[in-house]
Design a protein around this ligand. Structure first.
Ligand code: NDP
Length: 307
C-alpha cells in the first residue's frame, strides 16, 4: 500500500515527487508513455528560472528526476492501463503490476498532436517545435511555418511574428476551425502569409539535423512544391492523457481534468497537476508549480485523514 502514487514523470510529476519524498511520503512515480514528458522531446530551454545559460530539456528532466530520487522517490516504467477510483485505497494497474494507494496525483500531461511524418519526429527540437512560447525566440528574423487551422495555430502564428521575418500559416483546408476574432487578427498581420489547402508531405533535412525546406502537397490537386523555411511549428492541438480516467474524474469536453481549489479533482484524495489539467499555460514552470501544490495537498489530506 502506497501513501501516494504519481502518474507521469514530466515536470509536474517530478516536482510532486520531490515534495512528496521530502515530506517522507515515499512516492511511487509511474513513468507513463512518454517518460520525462514534453521536455524530454525538446532541446534548449531558456525560460526555466535558475539556468541563465539555458539548459537542455532532457537534462533538466534528468536532474529533476535525480533530485526526487535523492529524497527516496521510486520510479517504475509502464503506462497505466486502468484505475479504480471508486473507493480508497485507489487501485492502479500499470504494466504487469497492480498498485494500491491512499492518494493519487495525476500528472499524465498532454501530448502535442503531431503530423505523423517520420522526418517531423526526427527533427523535433531541431527546427520542428510544438511550442511557440518555448522556442519562438530561436527564430529571430527567420522564415518559419506554422501548421494548423484552429485557435492554437492563429495564436502561435501571431505570437511568432514578434520574432520571425515571415510566418507561413499552412492549413490543409481553405476553411478554418479558428474563431473569427483570432482568424481576423492573424489575417490582418502583414507578416503572416496564409497557404491553403496544403499539408506538409516532408520536412528536410534529417541528415543535417536542421530544417531547411518542406515539401507541401496541395490537398485538392495533389501537386507538390518545396518551400524554404528554417522552422516548423506544429500547432494542430493537444490531447490530454486522460483516457483511463474517463467516467471516474470530471473532465471538460476536450478531456482536460477539471480541478478546483488548486489541484483538487472531484474525487477526494485524487489531485491533478500540469498539462493534464491546464490547456492554457502549458509551461514547464507552471507544471512544476502545480506539481508542488498537488504534493502539499496530498500531505495535508493524509494528515487530516490520520487525525
Ligand atoms: P483544434 O482541434 O481546434 O484545431 C486543430 C487544427 O489542426 C484544425 O484546423 C485541424 O484541421 C488541424 N489538424 C488536426 N490534425 C491535423 C493533421 N494531422 N494534419 C494537418 N492539420 C491537422 O485545436 P486547437 O489546439 O487549435 O484548439 C483547441 C481548443 O482550444 C479550441 O476549443 C480552441 O478554441 C481553444 N483555444 C483557444 C485559444 C484562445 O482562445 N486564446 C487559444 C488556443 C486554443 P481541420 O480543421 O481540417 O480538422
Amino acid at each position: 500500500m502506497h501513501k501516494v502514487i504519481i502518474i507521469g514523470s514530466g515536470c509536474a510529476g517530478l516536482t510532486a515527487a520531490i515534495y512528496a519524498a521530502r515530506a517522507d511520503l515515499k512516492p511511487l512515480v509511474l513513468d507513463g508513455y512518454e517518460p520525462g514528458g514534453q521536455l524530454a522531446l525538446t532541446t534548449e530551454v531558456e525560460n526555466f528560472p535558475g539556468f541563465p545559460e539555458g539548459i537542455l530539456g532532457p537534462e533538466l528532466i534528468e536532474r529533476t528526476r535525480k533530485q526526487a530520487q535523492r529524497f527516496g522517490a521510486e520510479f517504475r516504467a509502464g503506462a497505466v492501463a486502468s484505475v479504480d477510483l471508486s473507493k480508497r485505497p485507489f487501485t492502479i494497474a500499470a504494466g504487469k503490476e497492480t498498485y494500491e494507494s491512499e492518494t493519487l496525483i495525476v500528472a499524465a500531461g498532454a501530448s502535442a498532436r503531431m503530423l505523423g511524418i517520420e522526418s517531423e519526429r526526427n527533427l523535433l527540437g531541431h527546427g520542428v517545435s510544438t511550442c511557440a512560447t518555448c522556442d519562438g525566440a530561436f527564430f529571430r528574423n527567420r522564415d518559419i511555418i506554422v501548421v494548423g487551422g484552429g485557435d492554437t495555430a492563429m495564436e502561435e502564428a501571431t505570437f511568432l511574428t514578434k520574432f520571425a521575418k515571415k510566418v507561413m500559416l499552412v492549413h490543409r483546408r481553405s476553411e478554418f476551425r479558428a474563431s473569427r476574432i483570432m482568424l481576423d487578427r492573424a489575417r490582418a498581420n502583414e507578416k503572416i502569409q496564409f497557404m491553403t489547402p496544403f499539408e506538409i508531405a516532408e520536412v528536410h533535412d534529417v541528415t543535417k539535423k536542421s530544417v531547411e525546406l518542406v515539401t507541401l502537397r496541395n490537398t485538392e490537386t495533389g501537386k507538390t512544391e518545396t518551400v524554404a523555411t528554417e522552422g516548423v511549428f506544429v500547432a494542430i492541438g493537444h490531447d490530454p492523457n486522460t483516457k483511463v480516467f474517463r467516467g471516474q474524474l470530471k473532465m471538460d469536453e476536450n478531456g482536460y481534468l477539471i480541478t478546483h481549489d488548486g489541484p483538487k479533482t472531484d474525487v477526494e484524495g485524487v489531485f491533478a497537476a500540469g498539462d493534464v489539467q491546464d490547456h492554457h499555460y502549458r509551461q514547464a514552470i507552471t507544471a512544476a508549480g502545480s506539481g508542488c501544490m498537488a504534493a502539499i495537498e496530498v500531505e495535508r489530506f493524509l494528515s487530516a485523514a490520520k487525525s
